[in-house]
Ligand binder design. Structure first.
Ligand SMILES: Cc1cc2nc3c(=O)[nH]c(=O)nc-3n(C[C@H](O)[C@H](O)[C@H](O)COP(=O)(O)OP(=O)(O)OC[C@H]3O[C@@H](n4cnc5c(N)ncnc54)[C@H](O)[C@@H]3O)c2cc1C
Length: 441
């Protein structure tokens, strides 16, 4: 292993939940039928599919950190069904590819819904609510119109909200319009992944947290080493998103990008009343480079969460200085939208890894005999990670499906330019696009 994951700042969503039981790191040498490395969306979905289909098999899941503290517990919780190409101007791409992508994302969401039902998760953890693309400028409105046209061509339903409706929902008059689409789910990410992990644990499924994999070798079977233990198994699923590179696979083809969030302290009843609007809502930005906003009310009280900024970080790490710098952008975006609330401190700020490929493809397949990948979710890991985990498990069990056939037929991630050029090009591109996002940021 060349690098282990480091997650910047506290995972705010997870801090809202009761402290979990103490972790159980892997200790000693054991054998299993399956090892899943990574307990994010992909790893949990893979373990769930295996637990259903490979009845009687013993499944071991390993993660370097606590469930809910990694990127799966750090995101904004939009499980989006529609095309969501972050590198495009308005999320959309070519029609046929977008139809296939939507079908696949829905498969991922349906699997997540099955898990939420299997393990009795409530609406705060997972709900099929749809989502709104909020437009804060005429340019954002134009993006939404162009996206709506594309949705019509796809035969997808949508509803356009005017400024008054947006104010009724959000309590702020920052938004000129909105584009509502009904097929997305919203999750409290840490509550969802912890709920799924708790449901999976059984005498056949063991989840070892704080158990970073430090070596992975094939000696007949696969031998997976952690600081205090070792698992030997014939089949391993790598569900580590961009850390696939750290295991030595797909070098020079994965882009490591961080994005960031800040969560307010709990709002007082007076602040809640002065804000008005619905108690629970979420907006993705009309411009992919803009600001995502969520208003939540539940465990942890009433809060607002802001997400924006992308940085290209091939080292898979960012500094505290970087996190603080982005925090200032969050405060500005918050103040612009919620001036009426006055000064409300951010209680938690954090960042998290995304893995993108230049051509927006995932890495799902068999890397070596008995070693499978469910990685590179292109910024939409809630849906695409769940899809990838399910498909990698199906492939490993010898099952077939149209979605799996499509994933296996996908081209490889496009090669990146040499490192200094990639770093320079991506940084300039992101800065330029963010500047262009204007009021949407
Ligand atoms: C602020 C923010 C907002 C976001 N918003 C959204 C959103 O609204 N919707 C959406 O779909 N996506 C969003 N994302 C992206 C989403 O969180 C990721 O795409 C998703 O978590 C990827 O899922 P995954 O299971 O593939 O990987 P991860 O969630 O990264 O899980 C992989 C796990 O592997 C573990 N791991 C890595 N290396 C090792 C090792 N050597 N040994 C053991 N374990 C290891 C890690 O600790 C990690 O827990 C957001 C991300 C951030 C940071």
């Amino acid at each position: 292993m060349t690098r282990l994951p480091r997650d910047p700042g506290p995972a705010g969503w997870n801090r809202l939940l009761p402290d979990p039981d103490p972790p159980t790191p892997l200790d000693g040498k054991i054998t299993a039928d399956w090892v899943v490395i990574g307990a994010g969306f992909a790893g949990l979905a893979a373990a769930h599919r295996l637990s259903k289909e490979a009845r009687g098999d013993r499944i071991v899941v390993l993660d370097a950190v606590r469930v809910g503290d990694g990127p799966a517990g750090r995101n904004s919780g939009f499980m989006i069904d529609l095309p969501h190409d972050l590198t495009s101007g308005d999320y959309a791409g070519a029609l046929a590819a977008d139809l296939a992508q939507t079908q696949d994302n829905r498969r991922g969401i349906a699997h997540a819904q099955d898990m939420a039902q299997d393990y009795g998760l409530g609406d705060e953890a997972f709900v099929m609510s749809g989502k709104i693309n909020g437009a804060a400028s005429s340019k954002g409105h134009a993006h939404n119109q162009s996206f709506a046209k594309h949705l019509s061509a796809m035969g997808e339903p949508f509803e356009v909200f005017d400024a008054a409706r947006m104010r009724d929902i959000t309590g702020t008059d920052y938004y000129q319009s909105g584009l509502f689409t009904p097929g997305s789910a919203m999750i409290q990410p840490a509550m969802y992944v912890r709920g799924v992990a708790a449901g999976l644990r059984s005498n056949r499924v063991s989840i070892y947290e704080n158990s970073p994999v430090t070596a992975l070798e094939r000696r007949g079977d696969w031998v997976v080493t952690t600081p205090n233990g070792q698992v030997t198994a014939p089949r391993v699923i790598l569900a580590v998103n961009g850390h696939l590179n750290s295991f030595g696979y797909v070098p020079g083809r994965l882009m490591h990008v961080f994005t960031y969030a800040s969560m307010t302290r709990a709002l007082s009843p007076r602040e809640v009343a002065s804000l008005g609007g619905d108690r629970v809502w979420g907006l993705t930005p009309a411009d992919p480079m803009g600001t995502t906003v969520r208003r939540v009310s539940g465990v942890g009280g009433d809060r607002i969460i802001i997400r924006n900024r992308f940085t290209f970080d091939p080292s898979l790490e960012v500094s505290d200085t970087q996190l603080a710098r982005v925090g200032r952008d969050h405060d500005r975006s918050f103040a612009q939208r919620f001036a009426a609330l006055g000064s409300v401190d951010m209680q938690y700020r954090w960042g998290g890894r995304l893995c993108l490929s230049r051509n927006n493809v995932q890495v799902i397949g068999e890397l070596e005999k008995g070693l499978y990948s469910a990685c590179c979710q292109n910024g939409l890991g809630t849906a695409k990670g769940t899809l990838a985990g399910g498909l990698a498990a199906e492939l490993a069990m010898g099952m077939t499906s149209p979605a799996l056939a499509r994933a296996l037929a996908a081209v490889d991630p496009a090669r990146l330019p040499p490192a200094p050029i990639a770093q320079f090009g991506a940084t300039v591109y992101l800065k330029l696009q963010e500047r262009r996002a204007g009021r949407e940021l």
